[in-house]
Design a protein around this ligand. Structure first.
Ligand SMILES: [Zn+2]
Length: 388
């Protein structure tokens, strides 16, 4: 009898396994049915414009191993794009809290939640989220970029600079350029307090991070001039030309004043001639023509500017030509020339002097950070017929 029981044991085990498998299958099937009911309920809510109910239903259906995690990210991002931040926050917060989510998806949820907070203007919470991701391979650099954006908005330059080591390590040129401008902001405050050594040190830090920061050289030239170190200032102006030829027309007058103090105007005009030959800038042309007029007379200056305007006509160049003509004509002629000059001046005044090379924002005032796209050192004199 006992032998018979032993013989039946494998049969019982096989039966148990078979029934167990069926039971698991049945459970899985019931679960799937439940999920599809929740999903279709959620979709129905979405279609009938009851988005809050739809979110609750879809979040309820969300499971860690479920492929729908990606769909939830897409849904939340869509809400954010539509400005429905409370809904985007709800979905992303749910994903962050969801236990057992793979690391990459978890980091994505934290990152997107940070973007939601940033869009809502909740900088402290956004900062908290992005700070959690600094070591992430996928989101580390992107998070630093958002953190710098936050510190730029809150003018917390020191906080931004606390991430310097990390940014140097990844050698991201854009972020280095941003940090250089953070140093320039600190230097501007020190400049207003006339702290010479502090300004120089801060600007040297800026140039070490971004050797192409013409703003650093521009400020350095100013502080050197204020402290009667015009030779150093002159070097800074020359460096600005090498760094950013498009920005250079804005410093020509300051550079002229600097070389006047140095009593080296010949060198200045030699440099300006080179600038004109290389860039055909109207500011460089006007400055150089003034020099010809002073040294070689009106006739030579007129010949030079006419040839230049035929080669590359600009409204500002033409305005200067009219001024030159007025200085040489009699009273009767001056009336009509004066009218033309007035018209041109008014036309130039309604035109913007600067345009952002990144987003196209136009302005009559110069800003180091574009008011529209917030990029640094992108507002430069307008080129072409109405500009430089
Ligand atoms: Zn811009």
């Amino acid at each position: 009898m006992i032998e018979l029981l032993f013989l039946l044991l494998p049969v019982a085990m096989a039966y148990g396994w078979f029934m167990g498998r069926n039971s698991v299958k049945q459970n899985q099937q019931t679960e799937k049915q439940d999920l599809s009911i929740k999903y279709s309920t959620g979709l129905n809510y979405l279609l009938s414009n009851q988005q809050d109910k739809a979110i609750d239903s879809l979040l309820d259906a969300l499971k860690v191993e479920d492929d729908s995690v990606e769909a939830h990210f897409a849904m939340a991002n869509l809400f954010r794009k539509r400005g429905e931040l409370d809904r985007a926050l709800k979905v992303h917060e749910h994903l962050v809290r969801l236990g057992g989510l793979p690391t990459k998806a978890k980091q994505q949820a934290v990152f997107e939640l940070g973007k939601d907070f940033l869009s809502a203007g909740l900088y402290d919470r956004a900062e908290k989220m992005f700070s959690k991701l600094l070591k992430s391979k996928t989101y580390g650099l992107k998070s630093i970029s958002y953190l710098l954006q936050i510190f730029q908005s809150t003018k917390d330059w020191q906080q931004g600079l606390s991430h310097k080591k990390l940014i140097i390590k990844v050698n991201d040129k854009r972020q280095l350029h941003t940090l250089a401008n953070f140093y320039c902001e600190l230097a501007t405050t020190a400049f207003e307090q006339d702290k010479f050594i502090d300004v120089i040190e801060l600007l040297e830090e800026a140039l070490a991070l971004d050797p192409n920061s013409c703003r650093a050289n521009w400020l350095m030239a100013k502080i050197y001039e204020n402290h009667d170190q015009c030779e150093q200032a002159a070097q800074c102006y020359q460096a600005i030309y090498e760094q950013d030829k498009e920005f250079f027309p804005d410093v020509i007058q300051q550079m002229h004043d600097c070389y006047t103090r140095l009593d080296e105007l010949d060198d200045f005009y030699k440099f300006i001639k080179k600038v004109y030959d290389e860039t055909a800038s109207s500011s460089a042309l006007i400055t150089y023509v003034n020099n010809i007029q002073a040294n070689n007379g009106h006739k030579k200056a007129k010949e030079f500017i006419l040839t230049a305007l035929k080669r590359r006509p600009t409204i500002r160049g033409f305005q200067h030509f009219i001024k030159m003509q007025m200085s040489q004509s009699d009273d009767v002629d001056n009336t009509s020339l004066d009218l033309i000059k007035e018209l041109i001046s008014e036309y130039i005044n309604i035109k913007h002097r600067y345009s952002c090379r990144t987003c196209g924002f136009n302005s009559s005032t110069h800003y180091w950070s574009c008011p529209s796209c917030h990029e640094w050192e992108q507002l430069k004199p307008v080129r072409g017929l109405e500009g430089e």
